[in-house]
Design a protein around this ligand. Structure first.
Ligand code: FES
Length: 69
């Protein structure tokens, strides 16, 4: 689903940026994908996806660390 219409950025691209490129902030998301740097109408939704993806990433990393211990 498109989140940022101005830059044609999808929710999948945001999740991928969090998991593969280690994006952890809106500033990094803007730099990485260009999302939210024009009209800004996507900022709330982009931020929500960013936060939930970071939480998922953190949970996965903790699970991996516990499994390795
Ligand atoms: S919809 Fe994202 S900057 Fe306009």
């Amino acid at each position: 689903m498109y989140i940022c219409i101005c830059k044609s950025v999808t929710d999948h691209q945001i999740r991928k940026a969090v998991f593969e490129d280690r994006v952890s902030s809106m500033r990094e998301l803007r730099r990485c994908l260009g999302a939210c740097d024009q009209c800004g109408k996507c900022a709330t939704d982009a931020h929500a996806i960013l936060r939930s993806s970071i939480s998922e990433r953190t949970e996965m990393e903790q699970a991996c660390m516990e499994a390795a211990a």
